[in-house]
Design a protein around this ligand. Structure first.
Ligand SMILES: Cc1ncc(C[n+]2csc(CCOP(=O)(O)OP(=O)(O)O)c2C)c(N)n1
Ligand SMILES: [Mg+2]
Length: 283
């Protein structure tokens, strides 16, 4: 399958040089790879995205998609996956979307080990609304909502996800698209909750790319043991001189849908045709 099959005719309105282009390209290549290798059929791929610049990705990939409310990527995918476990579901959320408005959903999906992939476009700002503080905005960073610089200690998304029991915890960088592509492929093939925080260059409100590029290094090239929780936790503390990317933690655990549904696939069942049928079934 050619990656161009996933191109959508929608006009792209992201700013020139936006890191979202890397995530879009990487994701489309992964989808083509999943289809080519027989993991899924194109119609079995479902994506969801929140509200923000990142959210437009639902318009830019030609697959089944659900463009949901701000912060609700995770519950949307949870509903889709529980109803039909044969689908490959991938969510694209913003840092505001995932770590602010939708943070409770993220916590519970990780703890339950839902079999979904969540990719967070972490540009450290609310970009679509032209720059306000999010939970990952660094101290001192000036935005429209913090003109003197943010004074809040930022959240470490990797520590959060490790603490919540996520079974696949990774960090990508939009300045290294090939690395990101390999990471998303691994995440999509992981059976369980796969989380990737992607450090995303935002040319308009946070040009992190130039700042991070010389510091970023791949932990998986430095003998990191992905099954070692304590080692993952230590690596995730690193931030200043060197910024680690790659797969920090990966283990296997039973998935939520299996425990909840057994082998039952709701999507295969005859839908109840009227309110009367529904009342009859449950009363
Ligand atoms: C429930 C709700 N709250 C707030 C908003 C306003 N809003 C729209 S986009 C956005 C910022 C999105 O930031 P982020 O999730 O980081 O995405 P980015 O634009 O940076 O990709 C906000 C606050 C909204 N649309 N809905
Ligand atoms: Mg953002």
């Amino acid at each position: 399958m050619d990656v161009r099959e996933f191109d959508s005719p929608t006009k792209n309105t992201w700013c020139p040089g936006c890191g979202n282009f890397s995530i879009l390209t990487a994701a489309k290549h992964v989808m083509a790879e999943l289809v080519k290798s027989g993991d899924v059929k194109p119609e079995q791929i479902v994506i969801s995205s929140g509200i923000g610049c990142h959210g437009k990705i639902s318009d830019y990939i030609k697959v089944n998609s659900f463009y949901c409310l701000h912060g609700r990527v995770v519950p949307s995918l949870m509903g889709i996956k529980v109803a039909n476990q044969r689908l490959k579901v991938i969510g694209f959320a913003g840092d505001g979307d995932a770590y602010d408005e939708g943070i409770s959903h993220l916590i519970h999906a990780a703890r339950r080990n839902l079999d979904i992939t969540i990719i967070v476009h972490n540009n450290q700002v609310f970009a679509l609304t032209t720059s306000q503080v999010t939970p990952t905005t660094p101290i001192g960073f000036k935005t429209k909502s913090a003109p003197k610089g943010s004074f809040e200690a930022p959240l470490n998304p990797l520590h959060l996800m490790l603490a919540c029991g996520a079974t696949f915890v990774a960090r990508g960088f939009t300045g290294d698209m090939q690395h990101l592509r390999a990471l998303i492929l691994q995440a999509a093939r992981h059976r369980g909750f796969a989380f990737i925080d992607v450090l995303q260059h935002c040319p308009s409100f946070n040009p992190t790319l130039q700042k991070f590029k010389p510091k970023v290094y791949d932990i998986n090239k430095e003998g990191h043991n992905v099954q070692d929780f304590a080692a993952a936790w230590e690596r995730a503390k690193e931030w200043n001189d060197r910024i680690p990317i790659g797969l920090f933690y990966c283990v296997e655990k039973e998935i939520y849908e299996k425990q909840l549904m057994g082998g039952r696939v709701l999507a295969d069942e005859k839908p109840l045709s009227s309110v009367r049928d529904v009342l009859k079934k449950f009363m």
